[in-house]
Write a protein that binds this ligand. Structure first.
Ligand code: NAI
Ligand code: MG
Length: 343
């Protein structure tokens, strides 16, 4: 079998710390892969005037999957988001973000009463991120693009995931005010009916409120691009830290895996970033390439390390990035050698 080619984009800030840790985890589980480093982002933009060029995109296209850290957005109106461009260029239409409560108690202002486990399915190529914008001195306008093709495919993906889980879909929108949301909602409802998926609908503002109050009530939530971006960060606060939450960006042929968080310039370079979001992004990658046992082992290792109190500062601990990733790797290596009969 050919080696899996993985484009590794560390990006900026803490991307340069958490992605190497995640790659070490991929090696530890013994995945047969070729790592293809690609430098894109703010650092490259400062050096060359371009954050990503056509050659970078060709390399990315030639890989089956991409492991992505985060990219700092410069304060320049002409700068186009690299990640949004990658998502659009290689058709990564579904951004899937799992949020699951932990078994550990952490010092968080939000303490949900019950365990929760829900998925945000965010449309990734359209909405207000489609890049249809015009500016003049006294007016700025961003168009929210919602197409039938784009909505049908994200709704089908959400229904497929709902059927693999508890068969409960919540369609999130603002159809009472925004007509393109009504268009999105109606298509999602049709697709849910066609696929015999139980569904309800909720206005995005009420959704934010209800997710904080009763996250355990939800299974799969489907929504347009901006709503998904905002509710994802809010849901990360429910879990306890942005540093714990992974995501996958799925297309017809490619998939990109990345932590939900950004480049965190406030803590970059200090070696204290939580690597778990990036490590769990590796778990999602392993699931996508159907290495289910390896994926389970990564989750087991992360749970073990957190339960044993090896935690970074965002979780009230004092461990460094490499303390946490090293402990995850030690667990994986010990488990793997036990499975081979070594002790
Ligand atoms: P951010 O996610 O980078 O940070 C928000 C807060 O969470 C910060 O206080 C940060 O220290 C903390 N945090 C994030 N990840 C953490 C981790 N792994 N461990 C511990 N603490 C963590 O969002 P922010 O500050 O709004 O954006 C910073 C830069 O990142 C901006 O330039 C933004 O455009 C970019 N960004 C990039 C994304 C991407 O490339 N996917 C996504 C979000 C933001
Ligand atoms: Mg975001």
């Amino acid at each position: 079998m050919n080696k899996i080619k993985i484009a590794v984009i560390e990006g900026d800030g803490i991307g340069k710390e958490v992605i190497p840790a995640a790659v070490d985890v991929l090696h530890a589980v013994g995945l047969d892969f070729e790592s293809v480093p690609v430098e894109v982002g703010y650092g490259k933009w400062k050096r060359t005037g371009q954050a990503m060029d056509e050659h970078d995109l060709d390399i990315i296209r030639s890989c089956k999957c991409i492991l992505f850290g985060a990219i700092t957005t410069p304060n320049d109106p002409d700068y186009k988001s690299v990640l949004v461009r990658i998502r659009q260029e290689i058709g990564l239409y579904a951004n899937i973000r799992p949020f699951r409560s932990l078994n550990i108690t952490i010092d968080s202002p939000l303490k949900p009463g019950h365990p929760f486990d829900f998925l945000i399915v965010r449309e990734n190529t359209e909405g207000l991120y489609a890049g249809i914008e015009e500016f003049s001195e006294d007016r700025a306008c961003t168009t929210k693009l919602v197409t039938k093709k784009g909505t049908v495919r994200i709704a089908k993906m959400a229904c497929k995931l709902a059927k693999e889980r508890k068969n409960r879909l919540t369609i999130v929108h603002k159809a009472n005010v925004i007509k393109s949301c009504k268009f999105f909602r109606d298509i999602c409802m049709d697709i849910a009916k066609q696929n015999s998926v139980q569904y309800n609908e909720m206005l995005v503002d009420a959704m934010a409120y209800n997710l904080i109050l009763n996250p355990e009530k939800y299974d799969v939530l489907v929504m347009s691009n901006l709503f998904g971006d905002i509710l994802s960060d809010m849901s990360a606060a429910l879990v306890g830290s942005l540093g714990l939450c992974p995501s996958s960006n799925i297309g017809e042929e490619h998939a990109l895996f990345e932590p939900v968080h950004g480049s965190a310039p406030d803590i970059a370079g200090k070696g204290i970033a939580n690597p778990i979001a990036a490590i769990l992004s590796v778990k999602l990658l392993l699931t996508w390439v159907q290495e289910f046992e390896k994926a389970d082992l990564v989750q087991e290792a992360v749970d073990h390390v957190l339960e044993n109190g090896i935690r970074t500062i965002d979780l009230g601990g004092s461990g460094s990035t490499t303390d946490v990733s090293g402990a995850v790797i030690d667990y994986i290596k010990t488990k793997s050698s036990l499975a081979l009969g070594f002790s």
